[in-house]
Design a protein around this ligand. Structure first.
Ligand code: ADP
Ligand code: MG
Length: 238
């Protein structure tokens, strides 16, 4: 389960409106990418879904349940950021299992979930290392591993690869695509990188200053951009 619906969602910072009545339905298991230029509201929209920003007006539903006023911990979502804050003094194994340990899960269950995350993310060789002895891509995998063990309803990614160098970014892009195939969870992924959007998305949401310029499959956006803004952003020949 992981259907997410935004109904006429608005965000105001004081008297400035940065999200202007967004309606969007995301199906369970869909990979949806938010793209658009810097400052168009991608992070704000994602943070509202995750509960890190209040929703000024409108409603947010997860699997038909109105969660607009619920704290992040009650939404069952996992957020992965570009600055992956791992615990430096803990091993990879302890980093991945930490949230389960604090929730009081039995040791056998923690071990099983951590081992499964390690398998999916190919972290087995690194389980006893500390974050400082990992590459950027490995650290990013650990950050994702910490989310996987909690069986989230959906994953929210905010430019998770932007701190990595170009070749690692390509590699991690494939890793994330594979992760989606394996877990079949809903994923919402923010990027300003058109190539990332076109290769990862089932559907792309193009944001233009707080409104949705177009929603569609990569192919639809490429072949039938709704306007010049979308065409220029996607790089299609309109
Ligand atoms: P993006 O992620 O697409 O680059 P953001 O969602 O970060 O864009 O920002 C959208 C707009 O909201 C920008 O104009 C930004 O300056 C503004 N904004 C974001 N966070 C705040 C805040 N806490 N207070 C005031 N304005 C903000
Ligand atoms: Mg942002």
């Amino acid at each position: 389960m992981g259907a997410i619906e935004l109904k006429t969602v608005e965000k105001w910072f004081g008297s400035v409106q940065v999200i202007k009545g967004v309606d969007l339905q995301i199906e369970d298991g869909e990979f949806v990418v938010f793209v658009g230029p810097s400052g168009c509201g991608k992070s704000t929209l994602l943070r509202m879904i995750g509960g890190l920003e209040d929703i000024s007006r409108g409603t947010l539903e997860i699997d038909g349940r109105n969660v607009t006023a619920e704290p992040p911990s009650k939404r069952g979502l996992a957020m992965v950021f570009q600055s992956y804050a791992l615990y430096p003094h803990m091993t990879v194994r302890d980093n991945v299992g930490f949230s389960l340990k604090t929730s009081g899960a039995p040791k056998a269950e923690i071990d099983a979930k951590v081992n499964e995350a390690a398998r999916v993310l190919k972290l087995d060789p690194y389980m006893d290392r500390r974050p400082k002895d990992l590459s950027g891509g490995q650290r990013q995998r650990v950050a994702i591993g910490r989310c996987i063990v909690r069986d989230p309803t959906a994953f929210l990614f905010d430019e998770p690869l932007s701190n990595l160098d170009a070749s690692l970014r390509v590699e991690m892009r494939y890793e994330i695509a594979k992760l989606h195939q394996t877990l079949k969870s809903t994923m919402i992924y923010v990027t300003h990188d058109q190539v990332e959007a076109m290769t990862l998305a089932d559907r792309i949401v193009v944001l233009e200053y707080g409104t949705i310029a177009q929603v569609g499959t990569p192919r639809e956006l490429y072949e039938r951009p709704a306007n010049l803004f979308v065409a220029q952003f996607i790089g299609s020949p309109k």
